[in-house]
Ligand binder design. Sequence first.
Ligand code: DX5
Ligand code: ZN
Length: 226
Amino acid sequence: MTHTYRIAPSILSADFARLGEEVSRVIADGADWIHFDVMDNHYVPNLSFGPMICQAIKPHAKTVDGQPAPLDVHMMVQPVDALAQAFAQAGADLISFHPDASAHAHRSVQAIRAAGCKAGLAFNPATPLDALDWLIDDIDLILIMSVNPGFGGQSFIEGALHKIKQARRRIDASGRDIRLQVDGGIKPDNIRRAADAGADTFVAGSAIFGQPNYAAVIAEMRRALQ
Ligand code: DX5
Ligand code: ZN
């Protein structure tokens, strides 16, 4: 199944003092989804934001025509289930978690979907895709980390391209409608290689929010994807 490409700016690199404005601006400048990186200082060595901030930005996650832009919550937390429920109530549209952070990943997926959200599984650079063996029929998104989770602004790990290809093969064999997201170190000059490996959804934090003109970066990414 082929998909339209989606660009999901990570607001981890946005100006936290003006978060609502940053969210609406980056959508007006061409973003498709808002990627929301949740860090707990336990599963990853950093602390970011939680459900209350998600709820606060929800009304800002809209196009200029008032159409909602999906809130894509990436949970780098352990344990998973209670916070996933809180994010579902806070307006998340998709919720991804790391299967190695959940004692019962299948139950976590069920709970996310029962709460009305799409469910994603996230894989660190050294984590094999084995959890997909028994979960691919129940998920909506696979997130391949192309940096180690915890910080924005790191360099893209080339080995992730190989894992993206493996994940693409698994999705195609499943025949299911599953997005393949790459997260970490994505820039206009490597986005095409990630797409060629099979990714269709691209997280980018510092590449977009680190530049004064978000629209120009997003347009450059879309040109590279053409
Ligand atoms: C890392 C996060 C990423 C990160 C991406 O733990 O999951 O979403 O913010 O940032 P860049 O694009 O700067 O690598
Ligand atoms: Zn992320």
